[in-house]
Design a protein around this ligand. Structure first.
Ligand code: ADP
Length: 539
């Protein structure tokens, strides 16, 4: 007996066969009709649809043969699938070298005649055969062979149909499963309280959230009537909502409810008509959505807005007082003090002139304090105007503005090359001017002040540094110099209001940056404005 060799593409062939999922399935009428036809066309007592598995041939349909499978080694079909395009015809197996000693020939079922048309998939894999068998030697003509081929190709069509049908129903089952899981999860563990009440006002379903809010067990609620649970009076009120929903209308309202398991909560309640597949109303779904937290947040927001409005009003009043009620009398004092000082005809004594000098100095201090205060307060209402800005130009403007201070102090300002960044030009100018002015002001006695403006970038940060050679500060003094009105030196030594650095800090904060300082007493200080610096897109 010759055992058929394996086809070259055996593994892919098997994979294709398995992908149809036909092996070991139940008999099907359509396949049985094919074998009936095959046996009638060829006049044989046996007809089979055989699929060649790894170690066996398995019959999807069989006529005139009992076993549902045989070993692959003895299968005639194993030979037939080696030539997918041909019908294998063995007219008398006893005369054929390949089969004369095959046990299917020498004993049951005693095969003499065999004709098998390969069942070939669209991509060319021979999966098995439609075959006819007789216990007598026999001949079939070309037309009969062609008919066998047609039946084999019908089997492929059936396989494909079955396969796509199976895929479709698997897909549908998976979708249903997902939907069911989703709905179950939604209704059992959702945040909303869900209940279903039937047309007789009986609770049929409540979810876990419902039970935990009402601190009840399912037996306390399910299958009990709404009237039982709520009492007659309350039922009369809620019955209106149920009846509206049972008439097909959705009812929504807000309420505050005392839940035994959760305390007092503000909730949104919805009564929804529940419909069967045919559209008829089968009951009411009551959904209760807890909006307590939302309400609390709304309340918080309302009171914050009210507080802010109040503060803004207060601030506006404060600004008005500074700019009018305080500023005007100070201006008047300063103007008249200047007039008095310039009027030689008054013939003032030295004492009077000194006193007048104090009045003028105090007036000037007061005026600049009010200016700084106004600047600081205005920062709060300043809408940040972020644009690409050339810091070289800002440094130049600062130098121009500080010309008088430069003359007075005999100092110098050196500016390194600065980049273009994104910021509010007018605010950054104020900040830089404050730092440079301090550098000129807090100079060491006898040492002409030198202020250097430079910059460096570190990743997404730009550090604008203002370094001076002035009196410097001790480490322990640095902690709170950025606080409002904080001064380390008296007005006698160095004039000022103690607001300059707090203005700098506020301006950098508005830019989401920070200001810092390093200092060496007797040597100088270096202030740094650190700002977020876009590394691309700034020209
Ligand atoms: P002002 O300059 O009006 O006093 P600032 O807020 O600008 O107020 O500064 C606060 C204090 O920090 C100053 O009074 C001074 O004591 C200290 N300070 C600021 N800049 C320098 C500096 N460059 N060198 C030394 N001390 C400084």
């Amino acid at each position: 007996m010759q055992v058929a060799p394996l086809p070259d593409d055996e593994e892919q062939r098997l994979a294709k066969l398995f992908s149809f999922g036909v092996l070991d399935t139940l008999p099907q009428k359509a396949f049985d009709e094919i074998t009936t036809l095959a046996s009638a066309i060829c006049g044989t007592p046996i007809a089979l649809i055989s699929f060649v598995d790894r170690d066996r041939q398995w019959f999807k349909s069989r006529i005139g043969l009992d076993p549902s499978e045989t070993e692959r080694e003895v299968a005639f079909c194993s030979h037939a699938i080696l030539r997918p395009k041909e019908v294998l015809v063995v007219e008398d197996a006893t005369q054929d070298q390949r089969f004369h000693d095959n046990p299917l020939v020498t004993s049951d079922p005693g095969i003499r005649f065999y004709a098998g048309a390969p069942i070939v998939s669209d991509d060319g894999f021979a999966l098995g055969t439609v075959c006819v068998i007789d216990r007598q030697p026999r001949h079939i003509d070309a037309a009969q062979q062609q008919a066998l081929c047609a039946l084999a190709s019908l089997v492929v069509t059936l396989l494909k149909h079955e396969h796509s049908g199976r895929e479709e129903s698997e897909r549908r089952a998976a979708t249903m499963l997902r939907r069911n899981e989703y709905l179950t999860a939604l209704s059992t563990s959702g945040l909303d309280l869900m209940s279903f009440v039937d047309t007789n006002y009986i609770y049929r379903y409540v979810n876990q959230t419902y039970l935990s809010y009402w601190a009840r067990e399912p037996v306390d609620i399910v299958n009990r009537s709404v009237q039982d649970l709520l009492g007659k009076a309350l039922f009369q009120t809620t019955k209106t909502f149920f009846d509206q929903a049972l008439a097909g209308e959705q009812v929504d309202f807000e309420a505050t409810i005392d839940f035994p398991g959760k305390g007092t909560r503000h909730v949104e309640v919805t009564y929804l008509p529940a419909r069967d597949n045919d559209g008829s109303i089968s009951g009411v779904i009551v959904r209760t959505h807890d909006i307590q937290k939302l309400k609390e947040r709304e309340e918080q927001l309302r009171s914050t807005v009210a507080m802010l409005e109040h503060k803004t009003l207060e601030q506006e009043r404060f600004i008005h007082i500074i700019s009018h009620d305080l500023r005007e009398p100070i201006n008047t004092i300063n103007n008249f003090a200047s007039l008095l000082a310039e009027d030689e005809s008054l013939g003032q004594s030295a004492m009077a002139r000194r006193n007048l000098h104090y009045v003028q100095a105090g007036g000037r201090r007061m005026a600049s304090l009010l200016d700084d205060l106004l600047n600081f307060l205005h920062l709060e209402e300043h809408a940040l105007n972020l644009k690409p800005i050339d810091l070289n130009q800002i440094a130049e403007e600062v130098q121009e503005d500080l010309n008088a201070a430069l003359q007075r102090s005999g100092g110098r300002i050196e500016v390194g090359h600065l980049p273009t960044t994104v910021g509010d030009a007018s605010l950054l100018r104020i900040a830089l001017q404050n730092l440079v002015a301090n550098g000129l002001k807090f100079a060491r006695k006898g040492v002409p002040p030198l202020v250097r403006i430079a910059s460096k970038t570190e990743g997404d940060w730009l550090h604008i540094e203002v370094q001076d050679n002035g009196i410097g500060m001790h480490e322990h003094q640095l902690a709170n110099i950025f606080e409002m009105f904080k001064r380390l030196h008296s007005g006698k030594e160095y004039d000022g209001t103690g607001l300059g650095l707090s203005i700098c800090r506020r301006i950098t904060e508005l830019h989401h940056g920070r200001v810092s300082v390093r200092s060496d007493p007797g040597k100088g200080s270096c202030f740094s404005l650190s700002l977020p610096h876009p590394t691309t897109g700034v020209k």
